[in-house]
Design a protein around this ligand. Structure first.
Ligand SMILES: Nc1ncnc2c1ncn2[C@@H]1O[C@H](COP(=O)(O)OP(=O)(O)O)[C@@H](O)[C@H]1O
Ligand SMILES: [Mg+2]
Length: 505
């Protein structure tokens, strides 16, 4: 028996007008009766040609009915009180024209740039899932299962290589599903086996929304063999060893240190290091500065005031806690929970130290490749110079140089317009969820090459949990419905009403 190759569903027939079909666009009349929606906006469609499969995406659908083309005639029947429908078979004359934009030419498992126009009369079909997976360069076997493709029965599974070998930005208005998406991503990264390749993850949890992951077990993630390792470090337990900080580094924790102050501080630190082999605290530094007559009175007072201020944050001590070398391990998630801190400055000091140490250790290959996930990224590397942002230059350095040795960033922000353009432009991969603010949209549009006007418009219409992926991760901008997470944070109120009921027990 000969098994026949099953052709994907027919969707329509290519038609021509003055300008189409051309290399990049074509229109087709959609098959089926007037009320059928066989082709959908955003769906991938294909036209089979001798030179390969032309893959396109439906950009828009237009309904046409010649009975309704003449306003005067419609008005005439209307005024007589007889709908056109009751006199003419109007339904039979209705049809839909779909406008499709060509995405690429698929030949023998490779995507080529399109170089010819499809023929009028050619049949347009749905694209089968295997082809689409190949075209979008998904890795159905070992990829990260993040969701499903809009309008297709296909799991969106980019390879870790594609998604994370460049920095990733997750942008959207608040409530659109950014943190939810991050938790899905974390689940996928945590459940990878050694053979599949595991990355170390450090997550700065500004609101304490990821602490539930600490209790996650392998079983929760549907795993049987490999262990998962999650550690949570709360802000107040975080300690920066003063001894490891140079005058310049200490200087970055203040916004307004003068070169003279730094120079004097450098001298102080050099002699402290010589004297105190077992480390020293900020208080020790203060004592030393107080007694150092060689420093001018003004500088001394300024330094003391400023060191005392730093000491009061409670973030500094003789020893490091945690040891930076231990927080990054393949497949391990370390949550730095800063939800106990109200002061933005404290959070910034921690992030600033983290970013610098991690990059430094990674450069020397003392820790494995890592992903640093930063929520509220605009608070740590803002665009504006006016805003206080201690970690900005460290994050910008990772953004510019980190990729080469796999020190990778995942930046999450609900105010893309306030996020440093330097950093944003280094995020070659972006997942954009619902965004309606026109300034944010414009900023997103400018920072990512892959987005055209049509895609930008669609971002405003996305639903919660839907994302547009652009960049290296996909060959063309792709709409994805983010999957459900396996683990749900317990005790989180589902909405205002739920919160009210919980509080009123
Ligand atoms: N992919 C999704 N599937 C189901 N529900 C989702 C999804 N994404 C978001 N949600 C819902 O929307 C709420 C807000 O999402 P969240 O990730 O906290 O938004 P954001 O971080 O962008 O402010 C979540 O608590 C969840 O109920
Ligand atoms: Mg969030």
């Amino acid at each position: 028996m000969v098994t026949e190759h099953i052709q994907p569903t027919r969707l329509g027939t290519v038609v021509c007008d003055e300008t189409t079909p051309n290399v990049m666009e074509f229109s087709f009349v959609v098959e089926g009766g007037p009320s059928e929606n066989v082709a959908r906006r955003g769906q991938f469609v294909g036209v089979s040609t001798e030179s390969g499969l032309v893959i396109a995406r439906v950009q828009d659908l237009i309904r046409v009915n010649r009975y309704y083309q003449h306003a005067e005639a419609v008005r005439e029947y209307q005024s007589r009180g007889e709908p056109l429908r009751s006199i003419f078979p109007t339904d039979r004359w209705q049809y839909t024209v779909a406008y499709a934009r060509v995405m690429g030419l698929w030949v023998d498992g490779r995507t080529l740039r399109p170089y010819f126009a499809v023929s009028p009369g050619a049949v347009v079909r749905a694209v089968d899932e295997d082809t689409l997976a190949g075209f979008l360069r998904l890795d159905l076997q070992n990829g990260l299962y993040l969701g499903t493709l809009g309008h297709h029965n296909l799991e969106f599974k980019p390879s870790i290589e594609r998604l994370l070998s460049k920095h990733l930005a997750i942008l959207a208005m608040s409530g659109a599903g950014k943190s939810y998406f991050v938790s899905v991503l974390l689940e996928e990264l945590l459940s990878r086996t050694k053979e599949q390749g595991r990355i170390g993850i450090v997550l700065v949890d500004v609101h304490g929304e990821y602490s539930y992951l600490e209790k996650a077990s392998r079983k929760d993630l549907g795993l049987s063999e490999e262990d998962i390792e999650v550690e949570r470090i709360r802000g107040p337990h975080f300690q920066i060893p003063v001894q490891s900080l140079s005058a310049e580094t200490l200087g970055t924790f203040a916004v307004d240190m003068s070169p003279v102050q730094i120079r004097d501080l450098r001298r102080v630190i050099v002699s402290m290091r010589r004297q105190r082999h077992h480390g020293y605290s900020l208080e020790d530094l203060v004592e030393y500065v107080k007694g150092d007559e060689t420093i001018s009175r003004n500088t001394r007072d300024a330094l003391i005031g400023w060191l005392v201020g730093l000491h009061e944050t409670g973030l500094f001590g003789r020893e490091a806690s945690p040891e930076m070398k231990n927080i990054v391990r393949p497949g391990k998630l370390t949550i730095i929970d800063l939800s106990d801190f109200i002061s933005l400055k404290k959070k910034q000091i921690v992030v600033s130290y983290l970013a610098r140490e991690l990059l430094h250790l990674r450069r020397q290959a003392k820790i494995p490749p890592f992903l640093l996930v930063l929520e509220e990224a605009h608070q740590f590397c803002p665009e504006s110079r006016q805003e206080l942002a201690l970690p900005k230059s460290q994050i910008e350095t990772i953004a510019r140089e980190g990729r080469k040795f796999y020190a990778l960033l995942c930046l999450v922000s609900q105010r893309p317009v306030r996020l440093s353009t330097t950093v944003l432009s280094q995020c070659s991969n972006q997942a954009i969820l619902r965004t309606t603010n026109p300034y944010d949209l414009e900023h997103i549009g400018r920072s990512s090459e892959g987005i055209d006007r049509a895609a930008l418009d669609t971002i405003t219409t996305l639903e919660v949990g839907e994302a547009l992926f652009v960049g290296e991760v996909v060959s063309v901008p792709t709409f994805v419905k983010i999957r459900r997470r396996h683990l749900e944070p317990m005790g989180v109120a589902a909405g205002l009403l739920d919160a009210l009921k919980r509080a009123d027990k």
